[in-house]
Design a protein around this ligand. Structure first.
Ligand SMILES: CSCC[C@H](NC(C)=O)C(=O)N[C@@H](C)C(=O)N[C@@H](CO)C(=O)O
Length: 726
């Protein structure tokens, strides 16, 4: 009987996952205007899981729109699969397009090409290797990647791996002395020198450099910032943009010394904003010392430069500041600073929580920009007037979900919208300037949303309960999102408690494949944005470091008990799952509340912060979250290791009775797989049922198409097994 139930649930999960995995996500969007000014084209790039091919396929779509009186979709193109495109960027006039193509040969060695297309055909195709001046061109990695047309449309600005000298063995036969030895002889004995890279998911990215490609001459110039900065400071460069008139380049430079720390999910790495004048090659620092900056953007009139800024070395994500640089004087002004919520919770603007501005983000007034920012458990569209320093929310309260601004141009805005029951779809809006100099938006849906039936969701607000009052910042409220199946059954659904990772991130009302899948399999899911999450004020974030393992655990457990008290769930059918810091919290929850959870699933869990310190690509995280101030010269002493262990789930493993399934990405550099092995051994030593899945070729997110699909079905099978046993 039990086996049949498990088999039935597993087979059902496979069908449900296959159906939902077809929902595409939008990765880019662009508004363009051909010669015919009455016709607007919206080009969008999408990504979709293909389980049969075990890969994410990319495709483009176009919408053709008239805006005589209002926005009317005249036609839609059929999706066109994009093969091997790393970049695809239209020139400012719309007459040209550059595509960076990556082609793998049968031997799997990758070749890259720079393709220049006009509106009729491919004008140029350059084999990057033939330039022999740099390595691989960087993709849109969210940190370094850049591809920008100059206004003149004669040059391209991009980032590539610095060219590495050839190496050879000491025992390689030396060339005959009279032979024509090359100008750069190979370095002997350097084949095995360690080359530091930028950590998790940046394993082939060691030393990005700025490159200016002359289209006519088909030649590239590498801007070696070490020389232009007149320092020996080895620097990694990225996020480069042209200055007005194409006379120079503004870029973000990260110091490579004393050692690199993992970049992904950590936009607080020490760097600075620089300006290189291309004629004199002088280079000046624009931003403050010892800060972390990102996402530089000029106003259309070129008079102002804005960028996002954080403090360095603290929580890996926090409230960002918006800084304005007056281009003529280079004077800096803080337009939006840190926001503290206190008792107000998230009723008022909680601050900027975003990794970047859209590539084009300005209204034609040259002073209002539009961006997406996390606000509690949602992502809203906000406008920021850099003249009046005012912030306004643009989407209506009724539309709780995730709004992503994709493009802003000629006072039109392209965005995608999604929520837990609705995969992302496009909306095109017209910006309307109101008397108070703020904007409203008149939206048109470019497609009919494909809503998933049987799923409802609501946001809950929680107040830390009495015994938590001891915690610092205990008056801070926090939120959770409850996603529930709307089936007519009078059987109370089982509840999955799901704390997010980070810890300084947030789970937002987005379309999430696993959450929708669990819901369609009959589970309710409680997503908890415990204190320390982004989107709820800087004081919320600052409340957690030094209190992980207690405050965050209490907040998740408090939310779960509060939801169960409402009577809609059976307190004997509650399970828990989480990834990374969410796995850390899962270990704490089943250790500190041993009889509360029927089963647990952990993805790449941080188990023992002390033992992780020497192997993670972000050792700073171990110090900061244990409440120890960090700098790159610090070395952990016995007391530091003690503090880290004290805050770790391993401390409570002896009390665990809940069956645990651990899922590991075999090449995870963020939370090394040995963390999961440490917990697996401890559970087995205590005769607790434990199952471990190791996904080869997968890193921290375990998001390769086949692994992600397998993990989902195994999760449903694991929960079914332990919820159906007595
Ligand atoms: C030393 S690793 C600490 C945990 C890790 N933090 C960072 C800054 O990487 C972590 O929790 N990572 C999250 C980004 C994470 O994986 N979160 C996801 C899982 O995909 C989630 O469930 O929220």
């Amino acid at each position: 009987m039990e086996t049949d139930k498990i088999e039935e649930a597993t087979s059902n999960a496979v069908d449900i996952y296959k159906g939902l995995a077809c929902s595409p996500s939008v990765t880019r969007g662009e508004i363009s205007f051909g010669d015919n000014t009455s016709l607007t084209t919206v080009t969008s790039i999408w990504s979709q899981r293909d389980i049969e091919r075990s890969e994410n396929v990319k495709f483009s779509r176009s919408h053709y729109i008239s805006q005589e009186n209002h926005i009317e979709v005249l036609a839609r193109s059929a999706p066109t699969e994009l093969k091997s495109e790393v970049w695809n960027v239209q020139s400012p006039s719309g007459k040209l397009r550059v595509i960076i193509r990556s082609v793998k040969s049968d031997k799997q060695d990758e070749k890259q090409y720079i393709e220049i297309w006009n509106t009729q055909n491919k004008e140029k195709n350059i084999d990057v290797k033939s330039l022999d001046i740099h390595g691989k061109i960087y993709d849109q990695d969210g940190h370094f990647g850049t591809l920008q047309w100059s206004k003149s449309e004669k040059f391209l600005l991009y980032v590539a791996e610095k060219k590495q000298p050839k190496t050879e063995s000491f025992f390689e036969k030396k060339p005959e002395s009279n032979s024509d030895s090359s100008k750069d002889p190979p370095l002997r004995g350097e084949e095995h020198v360690f080359r530091e890279m930028w950590g998790e998911q940046f394993v082939d990215k060691c030393h990005p450099v700025l490159c200016v490609f002359d289209i006519e001459a088909a030649t590239t110039r590498v801007l070696d910032t070490t020389k232009v900065l007149n320092t020996e400071m080895d620097m990694s460069a990225g996020q480069a943009i042209w200055t007005p008139g194409d006379s120079g380049v503004v870029f973000v430079g990260w110091t490579n010394e004393p050692f690199k720390l993992g970049l992904i999910y950590c936009p607080q790495r020490r760097n600075a904003l620089y300006h290189i004048d291309l004629e004199s090659t002088t280079c000046t620092q624009l931003s403050e010392k010892d800060k972390s900056v990102r996402s530089p953007r000029f106003t259309p009139d070129g008079k102002k430069l804005v960028y996002l800024q954080n403090a360095t070395y603290g929580p890996h994500m926090t409230c960002a500041n918006l800084i304005e640089c007056d281009w003529a004087s280079k004077n800096l002004t803080t337009i939006v600073g840190d926001c503290f919520q206190g008792e107000d919770g998230i009723s008022k603007f909680p601050g900027i929580y975003s990794l970047e501005f859209p590539t084009r983000c300005w209204a034609t007034d040259n002073k209002t920009l539009f961006m997406s920012s996390t606000w509690g458990s949602k992502v809203d569209i906000i406008s920021i007037n850099i003249e009046t320093k005012t912030v306004a929310k643009l989407n209506e309260d009724a539309e709780v979900g995730v709004w992503t601004v994709l493009d802003v141009t000629r006072d039109m805005i392209l965005a995608s919208y999604a929520n837990p029951s609705t995969p992302p779809y496009l909306r095109l809006g017209v910006l309307n300037l109101k008397e108070d100099a703020t904007y409203s938006i008149t939206w048109t849906q470019l497609d009919t949303p494909s809503r998933i039936s049987g799923i409802k969701y609501k946001i809950n607000t929680h107040t830390p309960t009495g015994e938590k009052a001891k915690d610092h910042f205990s008056n801070l409220k926090y939120e959770s999102i409850l996603v529930t199946p709307t089936s007519e059954s009078n059987v109370k659904p089982p509840l999955v408690v799901y704390p997010h990772g980070g810890p300084h991130s947030a789970i937002v009302c987005d379309f999430m494949l696993y959450i929708a899948g669990l819901c369609k399999c009959g589970y309710a899911v409680l997503l908890v944005n415990y204190r320390g999450s982004t989107g709820a004020g800087k004081d919320s974030i600052d409340s957690l470091p030094g209190n992980v393992g207690t405050q965050d655990v209490n907040d998740v457990q408090g939310a779960a008990e509060e939801i169960i008290k409402d009577g809609n769930f059976d307190k004997n059918r509650v399970v828990v799952m989480g990834g990374s810091h969410g796995g850390f919290l899962t270990g704490h929850l089943i250790g500190q509340h041993p009889k509360f959870y029927r089963a647990a699933v952990m993805r790449n869990p941080a188990i023992n912060v002390a033992s992780m310190l020497g192997s993670t690509d972000i050792p700073d995280w171990c110090f900061v979250e244990a409440g120890i101030e960090y700098n790159q010269s610090i070395l952990a002493g016995v007391e530091d290791y003690k503090k880290m262990w004290e805050r770790s789930p391993i401390k409570y493993v002896k009390d665990v009775t809940t069956p645990v399934m651990i899922m590991l990405g075999a090449i995870d550099l963020r939370v090394p797989p040995k963390q999961g092995h440490e917990y697996y051994r401890a559970l087995k030593a205590n005769n607790v049922e434990a199952r471990m899945l190791v996904y080869e070729g997968n890193c921290h997110p375990i998001n390769k198409v086949d692994a992600e699909a397998d993990a989902f079905v195994n999760i449903v099978k694991w929960f079914t097994k332990h919820l159906s046993s007595p």
